[in-house]
Structures are given as C-alpha cells and as structure tokens.
Design a protein around this ligand. Structure first.
Ligand SMILES: NC(=O)c1ccc[n+]([C@@H]2O[C@H](COP(=O)([O-])OP(=O)(O)OC[C@H]3O[C@@H](n4cnc5c(N)ncnc54)[C@H](OP(=O)(O)O)[C@@H]3O)[C@@H](O)[C@H]2O)c1
Length: 264
C-alpha cells in the first residue's frame, strides 16, 4: 500500500503565545510543521517538542515578516520541493498603544507589513496549489477589534478589520473549491502580546493561549468562517453591532480607560 504523504501546516508567529499553542495543536493532529517568526531559538524549542511528542517533521525558517526580503525568502522555501501545504496560519503580529499623532510611523508601517502585507503574500503563494488540489485551510488570526475602531490602537484595530473584511470576501470567492478561510477573533488572551505592546491592565484576565488555539484549530479544520471564542468576546461583538457606528470608538475608549489602559 502506498502511504499518502503527510500534510504540512505553515504557522507564522510560532515562537510564542497563540502561534506556539497552534503548533502544538496541529502537531497533535498529525500535521508536519513549517514554523516561522524572528526568534529562531524559540522556534527550535517548539519544533523539538512537536517532533519528540508527536513524531511529525518540522522545518524552522527564521524571518522578520516586516521585511519584504524575508517574506520573499520564506515564499521561496515554500515553493521549492514537493510538499503538500494543507494549512496556512497567518498569526504573527504585534500591537502598539498610544496616540497616532506622536506614534513612531516606521513601527506602524512594520505593524501593517507583518499583519497584512506578509499575510497577503503568503496567502497568494499557497492558495493556487490548495485550489488545484481542492483541499486547504487558511486561518487568519484577527481580533474582536476587527469589529470596532479602537482609539489609541488605531492602526492595529484597522489591520484586524482589514483581515476580517479580506477573509470574508476571499471565503466567498473560493466557495466550492474545497478550500476555506477561517478568521479567528480572540479577545484578551494570556500571551506576551500586551506587555510587548505596552498595554497596561488593572488585572490579569482573558483566555489562555492553549484554550484559544484549541478552538481555532477545531473550527479551522471544520471550515467555520468567523470564530469568536468565549462568551465575553461574543458579547463584545454583539455590543459593537448594537451601537450606532459613530458611538463605537467613544464607548471602546471609555471601556479601555476603565480597564486601566488609557489615561484619557
Ligand atoms: N494576546 C491577545 O490579547 C490577542 C488578542 C487578539 C488578537 N491577538 C492576535 O494574536 C496573534 C498572536 O499574538 P499573541 O497574543 O500570541 O502574541 P505573542 O505571544 O507576542 O506572539 C506574537 C508572535 O508574532 C511574532 N512576530 C511579531 N513580530 C514579528 C515579525 N516582525 N516578524 C515575524 N514574526 C513576528 C512573534 O515572534 P518573534 O518575536 O519571534 O518574531 C510571536 O511568535 C497576533 O496576530 C495578535 O494580534 C492577540
């Protein structure tokens, strides 16, 4: 009997947080893994755990996804060889907190490059092969902020809204091809994300990265389109739909001030 080659999953931002937890989920599900982020040692640790515990093959490609050359190098890796990429997870991202008028514009552009430009380029690179094989899953990690403008995180939230809009349109375009697009919209999740972004909180809260990744993994394989994990996050999204559009940023600003994020 000829053994069918194992499917590969590509996971960006796999060195920590949700991406790392997603790597463990996909490995437990029998997927070989191509893991990418900047922290090569962190990626190597995740890869070793997946190989030892789940007997899957792994490849680590260190890449700064804010940089066009790094993204192209990664795409070159994907396009050489005869691997069968079944899953692409666009998860890498970072946040920024503060008013746009005094923000570091270069850092904002890097944020857009990591969250959007790299995700678009990677999706465009793997999608035709998936459609040809009539099989594939794309998972875009967005946020509950996809549903609302967020003062003092304006560029970050706008990127997440873009991801939601793009994913919904793409899902419709490729309907019936055997490929699905899932947009995962978590709220506060216990990772390094918030401290890295300089977002203060009055208290620790939110879902664990493992719980978030478990839900994202299951729903992606089921081909569900929009996934908002947890009741509190679903209530947040529900509220954004109820409010008059011009009021949304005012209310979000008020909520975030109560949570100790903003001083104004
Ligand atoms: N945590 C939350 O509360 C929350 C809520 C909603 C949505 N999200 C989203 O969840 C996703 C994962 O974040 P997380 O919470 O798991 O945070 P995290 O622990 O900080 O992980 C972020 C990942 O992105 C990678 N990354 C950041 N900048 C990169 C760059 N320039 N090039 C390549 N990789 C880069 C990081 O790796 P390196 O540093 O090694 O490059 C890391 O693996 C993000 O898209 C975030 O927006 C998080």
């Amino acid at each position: 009997m000829v053994e069918r080659p194992r499917k590969w999953a590509i996971i960006t931002g796999a060195s920590s947080g949700i991406g790392r937890a997603l790597a463990f989920e996909f490995a437990a599900g029998g997927f070989n893994l191509l893991l990418t982020a900047r922290n090569e040692a962190g990626l190597a640790e995740v890869a070793a755990h997946c190989r030892d515990k789940h007997r899957v093959d792994t490849e680590v490609v260190a890449a700064d996804l804010s940089c066009a050359d790094s993204v192209q190098n990664l795409i070159n890796v994907l396009q050489t060889g005869s691997r069968y990429y079944e899953v692409l997870v666009n998860n890498a991202g970072f946040g920024m907190h503060g008013d746009f008028a005094s923000a570091d514009i270069e850092q904002n552009v890097q944020l857009v490059n990591v969250q959007l430009t790299a995700a678009l380029r990677l999706t465009r690179a793997v999608l035709p092969g998936m459609i040809e094989r009539r099989s594939g899953r794309i998972l875009n990690v967005a946020s509950v902020y996809s549903f609302s403008p967020v003062p003092f995180q304006s560029v970050y939230a706008a990127c997440k809204a873009f991801l939601l809009s793009f994913s919904s349109a793409l899902q419709n375009e490729i309907k019936g091809t055997g490929v699905t697009v899932t947009v995962f919209c978590p709220g506060i999740t216990q990772t390094e994300f918030r401290s890295r972004a300089g977002i203060g909180e009055k208290r620790d809260s939110g879902m664990s990265a493992e719980a978030a990744a478990r839900i994202a993994y299951i729903e992606t394989l089921r081909g569900k389109h929009i996934v908002v994990p947890g009741l509190v996050n679903r209530l947040y999204v529900f509220m954004t739909h109820l409010l008059p559009v011009p009021m949304v940023p005012t209310i979000i600003r008020f909520i975030n001030r109560q949570r100790g994020q903003n001083h104004t």
